[in-house]
Design a protein around this ligand. Structure first.
Ligand code: ADP
Ligand code: MG
Length: 691
């Protein structure tokens, strides 16, 4: 047995290991003993019930305990293949087992040995036979047989047996005494200790112990995640922000001048934000609202409140098109006197709200001197050498498109010691549970209610044989002056910008289907000015059909577009599909979303049918989470998603428990003085800063 090890020990400390095996482990992200122990089985074979040979049934996974009577090794005549054959028996009968190309077997098994065999038996004439069964000599604690046997996802040439062997060694070599969770938690929650939990999840004594162990390991993961969030929150809140009172007069007047009434949810969200701003403690709030629920106006009103006290606001959007749309929108909403203090900066574009001509250098100076108060932009806001004078509020639109680091950089743009208030917005409807686990450090305002008069987008799954009808339907609508989007999924991994897929669809539509119509395409390879131009033209209804990749996913307003075709709908998450169709649900006309799919699986049918029935982004997100896991909610481009090894974001009760305990532990000196907890928390803090 190896010497005593810890989680950081190298895999070689467990057993000598060939280079290619190490490479296989690396592919599985297992680089040390700790990684190995946290690599969990994805299922178990129940071999705990030992059968008698006479009770075997054909083709059923069964487990036997037998004694080897005879063993024979020979080469097959034609293929020169090594074959090992045994005859074995228990007190009820005889069985033959054969292994092909496994010469180790004959070196391990000898006549007279007692062994466990497991596999699917077949009857050949009078005899039961097993082909390539699992085998293990009978001993006190078998790991491959006669129990719940763990089955792992593997990589390369690594075998289940090798992995179990190493896992067993690691468990035996690891000291029993240490546990990273505070003892009070273990006692009060009646959790088994870490070592026992790891033992039980890999080699469970029974189902009940397996469940308990799983729960404890999930808890540990969630608990430290919550600790990390709460530490980050404390850290952010340890520096003061600007205290900005409510400027009723100006805010109320502006609300009155809007061409619509704010919904109750918008008012509530605005109230949340304005109350946060009036504190010295920095705000860290997320406005979550379905597509078209009207988040922007809330942010603009909050910004107006800030600039009315001569402090600065930065609004960052994920794409240039969107930044420009916001900028134009803001110029319509802000009182005229502020337009000279409004600017947009993207990599290729800068302007002042009232059209005043300015060089880029002058603009940067005006921002650093505090003359420009409201800056709208893209990532350029972080990358450019922009310094603010008194940046009091940072607004991040479609925040899930930005990484933690990017958000942090923007927060650090101030000259002095103060940190800005932070307001994030997302149209990705994050289920409450997911929000809790993803954004444990944020306060959340929900805008669930849609502005009055909005209609749901009528959504249909169109079978391939109705495709021609769908095109006719579109042609008729276009005759009435309406417009259509055609969204294409990426064809293959290498086509990250969607050039191939869009071109293919464009050519088809342009040459075969609608030769008489003007069609344009939009994909990631186009320069941003080209994209701008196309979107601007589409917005002005200069052409009726736009073929695009998922570039159109975020926040764009195209009032004339009433139809959307989505090709390869199975490739998108429900939330993403819902986001797409949000592009056309923004006017008073009847809108249609037509889904095409080639995937005939039940799962896909269930997902897409949900699209046709529900227009509630939150509900769809919950369903996606349930059916396909959290990654799907955001699509693949998501940055900053957390990766969980065992817990699931749907483990609501455990998440709540973990959150409560994290609060209790982090606010109680009694715990904080415990040395090993201190160490762990210190580690979490550094990890947080690395993000
Ligand atoms: P999102 O929440 O998806 O970012 P926007 O803020 O872009 O949505 O709002 C979508 C559209 O709805 C905009 O044109 C906006 O002017 C309009 N809008 C916002 N609030 C209301 C409201 N209360 N009533 C009617 N229209 C509204
Ligand atoms: Mg938006």
């Amino acid at each position: 047995m190896p010497k005593s090890l810890n989680h950081q020990s190298a895999l070689e400390d467990l057993h000598a290991m060939a280079g290619n095996l190490k490479a296989d482990f690396k592919k599985m992200a297992i680089n040390n003993v700790g990684d190995l122990l946290w690599y969990f089985p994805w299922r178990y074979d129940d071999l705990s019930d030992i059968k008698k040979i006479k009770d075997l049934s054909a083709n059923e996974l069964s487990s036997l305990k037998v004694k080897i009577e005879k063993i024979k090794v020979y080469r097959s005549f034609r293929q020169k293949m090594m074959i090992t054959e045994i005859m074995a028996s228990d007190d009820s009968g005889q069985i033959q087992a054969t292994w092909f190309r496994q010469k180790f077997v004959s070196q391990i098994l000898k006549a007279g040995d007692e062994v466990y065999l497991s596999g699917k038996a077949q009857k050949k004439g009078l005899f039961w036979t097993l082909i390539n069964p699992n085998y293990e000599k009978v001993k006190a604690n078998p790991i491959h047989s006669a129990r719940l046997v763990p089955i792992y996802h593997l990589s390369g040439k690594l075998s289940q047996k090798q992995l179990r062997f190493l896992m067993d060694r690691a468990l035996k070599a690891l000291p029993y005494s240490e546990d990273p969770l505070p003892v009070d938690i273990l006692n009060q929650e009646k959790f088994p200790w870490l070592h026992e939990s790891l033992q039980e999840i890999h080699f469970p004594a029974n189902e009940k112990k397996l469940l308990t162990a799983t729960k404890r390991l999930k808890f540990q993961e969630l608990f430290y995640l919550q600790c990390k969030y709460q530490l980050a929150k404390k850290d952010y809140q340890s520096r003061p922000s600007y205290q900005i009172a409510l400027n009723d007069k100006i805010i109320n007047a502006n609300i009155k001048s809007l061409p619509f009434l704010l919904t109750t949810d918008q008012q509530k969200a605005l109230y949340d934000v304005l109350s946060d701003l009036s504190q010295t403690r920095p705000m860290n709030r997320l406005i979550e609202g379905d597509v078209g629920s009207g988040k922007t106006i809330v942010a603009i009103l909050a910004a107006l409140n800030v600039i009315s006290y001569s402090q600065q606001v930065a609004l960052m959007a994920p794409t240039e098109i969107l930044a420009l749309q916001h900028f134009k929108n803001i110029t319509k909403i802000l009182p005229k006197k502020y337009l000279d203090e409004l600017a947009i900066i993207t990599r290729s574009n800068w302007q002042i709200g009232n059209g005043r001509k300015i060089s880029k250098a002058e603009l940067l100076t005006e921002i650093s001197k505090g003359k420009i108060k409201f800056v709208v932009g893209t990532h350029a806001l972080i990358q450019e050498k922009i310094k603010f004078d008194k940046l009091a509020l940072v607004i991040i639109d479609e925040q899930h498109r930005f990484g933690v680091r990017q958000r942090k950089t923007l927060k650090e743009k101030n000259k002095g010691d103060k940190v800005p208030h932070l307001l994030s917005m997302t149209a990705t409807p994050i289920p409450r549970t997911l929000a809790l686990s993803l954004y444990g450090d944020l306060d959340i305002s929900l805008i669930k209610e849609k502005p009055a008069g909005r209609q749901a987008v009528k959504t249909y799954i169109v079978p391939e044989n109705k495709r021609a009808d769908a095109y006719k339907f579109i042609r008729d609508k276009i005759k009435l002056g309406q417009q259509a989007f055609v969204v294409c999924p990426l064809i293959d991994e290498s086509d990250t910008l969607g050039v191939k897929s869009v071109k293919k669809e464009y050519t088809n539509l342009n040459q075969e289907i609608f030769p008489e119509l003007k069609i344009e395409m939009l994909h990631g390879k186009l320069k941003s000015e080209e994209k701008e131009k196309i979107m601007a033209d589409f917005k002005k209804n200069k052409f009726p059909i736009l073929v695009a990749t998922s570039v159109i996913e975020v926040g764009l307003d195209i009032p004339g577009a009433t139809i959307m075709i989505i090709e390869g709908a199975e490739r998108f998450g429900l939330s993403q599909l819902h986001q797409f169709r949000g592009r056309i649900g923004r006017n008073d006309q009847e809108c249609f979303c037509l889904l095409f799919t080639t995937d005939k699986s039940q799962l896909n049918k269930k997902r897409l049918t949900a699209m046709t029935k529900s227009s509630d982004g939150f509900e769809l997100a919950e369903l996606d989470l349930e059916l396909r896991g959290s990654g799907e909610i955001f699509g693949n481009k998501q940055s900053g998603l957390i990766k969980l090894k065992i817990a699931r974001l749907t483990d609501i009760e455990l998440i709540k428990k973990a959150q409560q305990w994290a609060q209790e532990i982090l606010n109680n000196k009694k715990y904080l003085s415990q040395e090993n907890l201190q160490k762990t928390l210190q580690k979490l803090k550094t990890e947080t800063h690395l993000e």
